[in-house]
Design a protein. Structure first.
Length: 432
């Protein structure tokens, strides 16, 4: 009886053969002797020896003994050849990566060892401790308020087995918290370690995703947090709004440093603004430049503007722009309409002066009329009862001071005295 291949088995054959090949290759490999592990809320990295028979792969959960105690870690890679991890790197490559990522500032540890691959019981115990961390954080906050210390509790990290609890806090200055540690150890019943962190480390502990949609760099892979200046944003011509270029920590985003070196190298090739350069169409002045596209906007001597790649720019033939005869012809045409209002403006003050002279003349005429009134119209002065009463006093006073009289009368006397003897005689005749 002939054997007919079934379609469902034929489709799964390729997958089965790949799994079989991987299984055979895995069995031929040896167990790793050193494993690179990531552990803790601060995502520290360490290389620890391993003496087990199992062959863990990248991402496997391990129980490790570190400088802090027994805790759960995650396998990153192995540094030995022919190990169970297909992504293993050599020790030389790992040291080069650490040197390029921060050197001595890189949080790398080598004092510890890998105990075993984490079992289901280990993971359940760690989950139970994680559920208790909110309660531990509230206890720490209550003790801080009781002590009256200017500090903010960020997070509480319980280690596997409950032998130690690490409490992270933030503060502006250094704080003496020795009494607080003793109170916490008495209330919780285990060893407590207080650790002060900054704003960026706080984001590393509590933050998750950034506005780009990716995991925060400080929490994912960035271990050494170098300062970022506003100069990087200006060079990259990014927005200078602090709200748009700040991360979860409130500081400038670390990703501004990633392309900073590239921008600096590309900017060195560009000409300076307002400098003269040569182009295939003639000399001109640089108006602006684009770093990424390596283009320069040039205003040529004939007045046109065009963009050229920096490869086409050369030294200018003339250091200064040549004077064009068209501009000389245009100058008087442009200046004539501008001078006309100036002449009119210059003529306006003269008219104003004439008006001022007329006003001054009218004022003088008014004064003359006031002076002539007492001499010409003596009867008018006698017709008013006030003048009839005041005239004898003025004639009798003559050049007196008149201290008891108001200021208005003094002004009247002075104006009448300027009229001469006629005013005095007129006053005497009215009295007679």
């Amino acid at each position: 009886m002939p054997i007919h291949p079934l379609p469902q088995f034929e489709e799964d054959l390729a997958t089965y053969l790949e799994e079989k090949a991987d299984r055979e290759a895995y069995e031929r490999l040896n167990a790793p002797t050193s494993i690179v592990v990531r552990f803790g809320y601060m995502r520290m990295v360490g290389e620890f020896p391993y003496k087990g028979d199992a062959k863990p792969g990248c991402g496997s959960k391990l129980v490790v003994r570190t400088h802090r105690g027994t805790e759960i870690g995650e396998m990153l890679t192995s540094t030995c050849p022919n190990s169970g991890c297909s992504k293993s790197v050599s020790r030389k490559e790992m040291l080069e990566y650490i040197e390029n990522s921060g050197g001595r500032q890189y949080p790398f540890h080598d004092k510890g060892r890998v105990l075993r691959i984490a079992t289901v019981e280990d993971l359940q115990e760690q989950e139970r401790l994680e559920q208790r961390k909110n309660e531990l954080r509230l206890v720490a906050k209550r003790q801080v308020e009781r002590a009256g210390l200017p500090m903010q509790i960020i997070e509480a990290e319980p280690l596997l087995g409950g032998e130690r609890i690490v409490v992270y806090f933030g503060a502006e200055d250094r704080i003496d918290f020795r009494d607080l540690v003793q109170d916490l150890q008495t209330e919780i019943g285990c060893k407590v370690e207080l650790r002060q962190v900054g704003a960026r480390d706080e984001a590393r502990i509590t933050a998750d995703y950034e506005r780009c949609g990716q995991y925060c760099c400080c929490k994912n892979f960035l271990k050494v947090l170098k300062p970022v200046s506003m100069k990087s944003a200006k060079v990259q011509k990014a927005t200078l709004d602090p709200l748009k270029i700040s991360g979860r920590c409130g500081r400038l985003m670390c990703c501004l440093r990633y392309e900073d070196e590239t921008y600096e190298e590309l900017r060195k090739n560009l000409p300076h603004r307002k400098s003269r350069v040569g182009t295939p169409d003639g000399d001109g002045v640089v108006l602006s430049t684009q770093i990424l596209t390596q283009l320069a906007l040039i205003k040529l001597d004939d007045g046109t503007e065009a963009a050229y790649p920096i490869e086409d720019l050369t030294k200018p033939e003339h250091k200064t722009a040549p004077e064009r005869p068209e501009r000389r012809a245009d100058k008087p045409v442009r200046e004539r309409p501008r001078r006309a209002p100036r002449e009119e403006q210059a003529g306006e003050p003269s008219k104003g002066d004439e008006v001022g002279e007329d006003q001054g003349a009218t004022k003088k005429k008014r004064r003359r009329r006031r002076k002539r009134k007492p001499s010409e119209g003596g009867g008018e002065a006698s017709g008013s009862p006030q003048n009839a009463e005041n005239t004898p006093s003025s004639a009798d006073a003559g050049g007196g001071d008149g201290g008891g009289q108001p200021k208005k009368k003094k002004r009247r006397r002075r104006r009448r005295r300027e009229g001469g003897d006629a005013s005095g005689s007129g006053g005497s005749t009215d009295a007679s």
